[in-house]
Design a protein around this ligand. Structure first.
Ligand SMILES: Nc1nc2c(ncn2[C@@H]2O[C@H](COP(=O)(O)OP(=O)(O)O)[C@@H](O)[C@H]2O)c(=O)[nH]1
Ligand SMILES: Nc1ncnc2c1ncn2[C@@H]1O[C@H](COP(=O)(O)OP(=O)(O)O)[C@@H](O)[C@H]1O
Length: 197
C-alpha cells in the first residue's frame, strides 16, 4: 500500500488526540504556562480566540487574539463560526470553529485556553474533550499575580476577582487540576496530559 502523506487523509475519530481545555481564574498563569510549553513544543497548537477586549501592550492581532469589534463578533456568532463563546468581565470571547476542526481532523493535539463557561459548552458539544483546571497556590497569590501583572485598572481587577471566586468553586467539574506553583512543572504535566511527551 502506498504511503499516505501526513495531513491528506482525516484521522479516524477513535484515534484522534483529544481536545484539551485549559481554564482557570484570570491571573493564575494560563498564558505563562502555555507560552513556556510552546517554546519547547511549538507543535502544540493553541487556538487563537476572537475577542472584543482591547489589546494589551504587546498583544498582536492574530497571535494572542483576533481583536474584533462588537459588530464583527455579532456576525461570527450569527454565522455559527464559533465553537463556543462567552462574555467574561464585560467582553466577549469565542473560539473559531474551523481551525479547531481542521487540526483535529489531521490528528494534531489541540489546546483551548478559555473560561469556565466556555469549558462547560465544550464539554456539552465534545464530551471526549479533557478539561484541565489551573489553580493558584492560594487566593492571596492569585491577587498578587493579577495585581502584579499591571495590565488592568483596579475596577477591572475587582471584576476579575469576582469571577475568580465562581471559577474556583467550579474546580470539581474538571477532569484534572494542576496547581501553578512552578511554571516548568505545570507545563510538563500539561504536555503529559496531552500525550505530547
Ligand atoms: N469562553 C471563552 N473564553 C475565552 C476565550 N479566549 C479567552 N477566554 C478567557 O477569557 C478570560 C479573559 O481572558 P483575558 O482578557 O485574555 O485575560 P487573562 O486570562 O487574565 O489573561 C480568560 O479566562 C480566558 O481564558 C474563548 O475563546 N472563549
Ligand atoms: N508559577 C508562577 N509563579 C509566579 N508568578 C507567576 C507564575 N505563573 C504566572 N505568573 C505571573 O502571574 C501573572 C499572571 O500570569 P498570566 O499568564 O498572565 O495569567 P492568565 O493568563 O491566567 O491570566 C504574570 O505576571 C505572570 O508572570
Amino acid at each position: 500500500m502506498a504511503a499516505t502523506p501526513r495531513g491528506t487523509t482525516p484521522v479516524p475519530p477513535d484515534v484522534r488526540p483529544r481536545l484539551t481545555v485549559l481554564s482557570g481564574p484570570s491571573g493564575v498563569g494560563k498564558s505563562t504556562v502555555v507560552a513556556h510549553m510552546r517554546k519547547e513544543h511549538p507543535e502544540v497548537w493553541l487556538s487563537v480566540s476572537a475577542t472584543t477586549r482591547k489589546p494589551r501592550p504587546g498583544e498582536k492581532h492574530g497571535v494572542h487574539y483576533f481583536f474584533v469589534t462588537d459588530d464583527e463578533m455579532d456576525k461570527l456568532i450569527a454565522n455559527g463560526e464559533l465553537l463556543e463563546w462567552a462574555e467574561f468581565a464585560g467582553n466577549r470571547y469565542g473560539t473559531p470553529r474551523a481551525a479547531v476542526q481542521e487540526r483535529l481532523e489531521k490528528g494534531e493535539p489541540v489546546l483551548l485556553e478559555i473560561d469556565l463557561q466556555g469549558a462547560r459548552l465544550v464539554r456539552e458539544s465534545m464530551p471526549e474533550a479533557q478539561l484541565v483546571f489551573l489553580a493558584p497556590p492560594s487566593w492571596e497569590e492569585l491577587v498578587r499575580r493579577l495585581t502584579g501583572r499591571g495590565t488592568e485598572p483596579p475596577e477591572v481587577i475587582e471584576r476579575r476577582l469576582d469571577a475568580a471566586k465562581i471559577e474556583l468553586a467550579a474546580e470539581p467539574e474538571f477532569d484534572t487540576t494542576l496547581v501553578n506553583t512552578s511554571v516548568e512543572d505545570v507545563a510538563r504535566e500539561l504536555l503529559a496530559l496531552m500525550d505530547v511527551v
